[in-house]
Design a protein around this ligand. Structure first.
Ligand SMILES: [Zn+2]
Ligand SMILES: [Zn+2]
Length: 237
């Protein structure tokens, strides 16, 4: 069974690197997500939200974004459908467990590139844009917009957690606005834990869901790339 999964994994990675369709899909998803987020950011600044509500909205949006993205991460880490049409996206995703440092690049490029892995964000942002034209309460709408944008920010937060040595980033991590390595390392070192990656505030809840519904990655999906030569390099370019 393990040998079969390892073979399927390697075949999926071969497809991922040999067929331009996969990279192109990431680019198209990035363009759609970032464009929708820019339009929604503009709408956010036109909304009338009482000042007293700003901190609660940001806090709740942070929690929801951390939680939803953590759940998607949980689902993906425990997915081994390498034979499906989306299999190459799944296999390339799994390599993040073996990556301690990413290729250094501009933070906006990280934001753009990593937004391309978030397929589920397209229907979410489209839905938020549609409801923004209705009579929806501005407090609720601003929260929905923030959840969308923070979902892309979460990817940047994870990247900085691995790559940044900046004092400012360390400050943001220490006050809990970004993901710290102290919190995140358990995801890489332990099993079936620490899936949240905006700042990790929802991990206690996600950990409980993970324990109840999933077997974890250390003895499953992590084993599938053991025979893959490119393991240890997460290279989407
Ligand atoms: Zn993971
Ligand atoms: Zn990581």
């Amino acid at each position: 069974m393990l040998a079969l999964k390892q073979k399927e994994f390697n075949e999926a990675m071969l497809k991922f690197h040999s067929n331009k369709y996969y990279q192109l899909t990431y680019k198209v998803v990035s363009i759609i997500n970032v464009s929708l987020e820019l339009v929604l950011l503009y709408i956010l600044f036109t909304l009338s939200v009482p000042y007293l509500w700003i901190v609660p909205i940001v806090f709740i949006s942070y929690f929801i974004a951390d939680f939803i993205n953590g759940l998607v991460h949980l689902y993906m880490d425990n997915n081994d459908s390498y034979n499906s049409f989306y299999g190459p996206f799944v296999s390339s995703f799994h390599l993040h467990h073996n990556t301690q440092r990413y290729k250094d690049k501009n933070i906006f490029l990280v934001y753009f590139d990593e937004s391309g892995t978030k397929f589920w964000l397209i229907p979410y942002l489209t839905m938020v844009l549609i409801v923004s034209f209705t009579e929806i309460n501005h407090i609720v709408l601003s929260g929905m917009i923030l959840v969308g944008i923070l979902s892309s920010v979460a990817e940047v937060s994870h990247y900085l957690c691995h790559n940044s040595k900046s004092k400012f980033v360390k400050l943001l991590q220490s006050i809990g606005l970004l993901l710290s390595m102290k919190h995140h390392e358990k995801h890489h070192n332990d099993d079936n834990t620490g899936y949240a990656f905006l700042n990790g505030m929802s991990d206690k809840l996600i950990d409980r869901i993970a324990k109840k519904f999933y077997k974890g990655y250390k003895y499953n999906s992590d084993k599938h790339y053991e025979k893959y030569e490119g393991a240890g390099t997460l290279n989407r370019d």
